[in-house]
Design a protein around this ligand. Sequence first.
Ligand code: ATP
Length: 353
Amino acid sequence: MTTMLPPSESTSAHTPARIPGMTRVFSGIQPTGEPHIGNYFGAMRNYVRLGEQYGQDAIYCIVDLHAPTNPLAYDKATLARLTFEMALANMAVGLDPQKVVFFVQSQVREHAELGWMFTLSTPVGELERMTQYKDKAGKLESIPAGLLMYPVLQAADILLYKADTVPVGEDQVQHIELAREIARRFNHHYGDTFPEPKAVLEKAALRVPGVDGNAKMSKSKGESSTIGLLEPVESIWAKIRPAPTDPARVRRTDPGNPDICLIFDYHKLFSDDATILEVNEGCRTAGIGCIDCKKRLMVGIERELTPIQARAADLRAHPDTVLGGLEHGAERARAIAAPVMDEVRSKMGFLGA
Ligand code: ATP
């Protein structure tokens, strides 16, 4: 079951309204290191907004137990650093571990335990049908069982908190359907325990193009595709300056079409309305050149990213703030998870439960 996330509504400037039918939100964040502006506009800002609406019922987990299921990407030497970097970046954009529940999956042991319980009743055939599994397994010579179990652990992540809402991209919808099935099956065998979580998609699914001209900015396409959220402005300019624009604009005097220009897509994310109007008109009439247009874009990029980068630098200078925030989050997560695991063990009939 999938619904669209409506635009946030505010009852006042300080207390945004909750969305009917959504009581507790869960999101898993991959520890893939420094995020790019696609992650920021497509996901991270949304976490902050939902956090303002949901407070302690917004549960965000850096899913480091999931990361090693992909042996091609997993690196023992960098896992902890990438996890830290992802936490720092999310805190820098405004995710407040005192307001929401923000923690690292491996620090709350109940995830692995509930994941195991769910493997006991999930047919292997259902897991083998998962599109992501087929894609990833197809690239491997030897397939770790954990890769097959990935969506079972994901179901445990969500259901451990009895979350009913999971904001996800299109590619995760099939996994959420499976989580619903797992919840249903458990409830059928052991009595009503878990809600059936629903996937919610952003109303206008936002896709930030790569600075190399690729349709989607993506870490796996490498640094030439991405603009890092924490990348120095000079380095961003070094990527924006040569970035492709409308190929029909060969000379400065040729009019262009902003609708097919990635720089204009970026303007829509970073620039104010007046600048967007101005560059739109200036491009179509050849009133401004591409370099001028890109310089104006840099003004918006600096305005948006400078405060985030300043907060990130401050957090980096005080790593205990990041680690302490995560530990606080893990305590809160455990406080929710422990009684749920007690309930599960008891319903499944374990000795002493
Ligand atoms: P990959 O290379 O696997 O695509 P990535 O870091 O670029 O990795 P994901 O880890 O798949 O992206 O995505 C993390 C979150 O950021 C997801 O919610 C996803 O929808 C969002 N996201 C990623 N790239 C973009 C983009 N270019 N535009 C909008 N949202 C994006």
